[in-house]
Design a protein around this ligand. Sequence first.
Ligand SMILES: [Zn+2]
Length: 312
Amino acid sequence: MLGAGCRRLLFALLVSVTATNFAGCMSVAGAEPVIEIVTTIPVLKDLAEQVGRSHVRVKSLLTGLENEHTYSPKPTDLIAVRKARLLFEIGLGLEVWVSSLVKNAGSPSLSVITTSRGVPLIHDDAEGDHDARPPDGVNAHRSGNPHIWMDPNNVEIMVRHIADALIAVDPAQAEDYRRNLAAYLEQVDKLRRELLERVSRLPDRRIVAHHPAWPYLAKRFGFEIAATIQIHAGAEPSALQVQQLIGKIKKERLKVIASEIQLSQRIPHLLAKETGATVVLLTTLPGGLPGTESYLDMLRYNVLKLAEALEN
Ligand SMILES: [Zn+2]
């Protein structure tokens, strides 16, 4: 038999667990309900906040410093997913770790929104002559290159999915969400035009990419990916491939290596030392480098850094 103290404690525990479950969909901040949202990567957090503003509270599982392909969820991620009403992901096999997280959270009120729906995909193999197939599990780009957000046109599609999802769970604020969406799309358009104009003045737009994160950005802004260090995402090149890269960079006088803060800098620096090319450190996730806190800041940063390096 349980003592009275023990029973009271059990009751208090039950009440708090039930309260947490009810808070699952919407928690109340002041008078207005706030929609709890989890996103896999920071770019989706930024987009959700742009549309949701004061109606949402968003947590991104990745902060911007981790590698999005090799991330392994923390116990606090499970708690965040359990509390959330909406989860925004890219899909396309980018977040291979997210489905088990959602399953373990077991939250019946959670909607998972795949924001890559309807985005025209680029396949890595179409980019070059990579006939060697990688061993299973190495290539995270198999269902099409997942780095779709590097092209602002794709972000327009993604942010519309986010607005649709917010309107579906919170129709009372539909007007706000539509207004915020329209304002954001305008900002995207303005920056895209500005950056296109900047890149159009460059005589040489060829770059060496570290991992295949850049085809969407390259296609939109007219950069040419002349070589890629990691032909398959996650696979470091062999000594022979490094030698071939050095030969190619020298022969074709490639001047710029676009690396990423989320990856090891060893091989880009080795290539730079051997060839005299410059390594430009970029980020595929907002927050990866100072001055890249929002998606638009990151886009501006990456394109301007590339343009600057190509001009020197
Ligand atoms: Zn990748």
